[in-house]
Design a protein around this ligand. Sequence first.
Ligand code: ADP
Ligand code: MG
Length: 269
Amino acid sequence: MSDASTSSVPRDDAVIEVKNLHKAYGSARVLKGIDLSAGRGDVVALIGSSGSGKSTLLRCLNLLETPSSGALRLLGESIPFRGEGEQRVPADRRQLRRLRARLGMVFQGFNLWPHMTLEANVMEGPIQVLKRSRAEARDEARALLERVGLHHLREAYPATLSGGQQQRGAIARALAMGPEALLFDEPTSALDPELVGEVLAVMRDLADEGRTMIIVTHEMAFAADVASRVVFLDQGEIAEQGPPERVFGAPSVQRLQRFLGSVSPSRGE
Ligand code: ADP
Ligand code: MG
């Protein structure tokens, strides 16, 4: 059964939009009616305690997970689903592949392919998926590695790089696909503290150039600084959202006040 028709009037400029999204694993209801949209150039920071459903939401947005119910639109296209419950899947596999290639994802762990140099990592998607020539992919990879400050390390293998360098490489690799939006899942939380800044600087640079981004992060100062909107997720629901000044400066719900009190005060400014 398709529920593509259940979505209400979509925002014309929404790159990503979900309505009343639910996700359950068996009897565990992880997401309970999420409405969220990111328009072109929006930077949405997704915050909340561990286990609140942030990663699940991000994975539903790029269809690494299939929502149990609710409507999803990506790049202006509704995603039809078929089947029920655990059997529910996107109905159109080709649409899925096509749209997924337009959404870049950067995870917490460093996901570079270990047997390839940094440059080869960045070239791989454009060659395999976008059918670019090697020469074209190499030029693009070098320009992107330059941009994230890793041009001099282009021949290095991931294992020889610091976590911060690997994460910047992962961002370059995502950018090489020319994504319409970038989704980040705690990209700095596995890093030694002294390496966090270099990754956030690259992300800030992307935000400044008007990229559409959804960022799960525990870096509250960073979220306050770059986000156009902050969304606080609590037990699978959006408990509060708004501009960073309001969410951080005048949180109205108690759950958010408690959460902000629990993260380090210097990061809560
Ligand atoms: P967060 O990223 O905010 O820490 P997650 O989205 O990872 O939260 O997890 C939210 C809840 O969903 C947790 O209770 C987690 O145990 C549960 N969960 C996540 N993925 C699965 C899964 N594949 N199967 C069962 N439960 C899951
Ligand atoms: Mg998570």
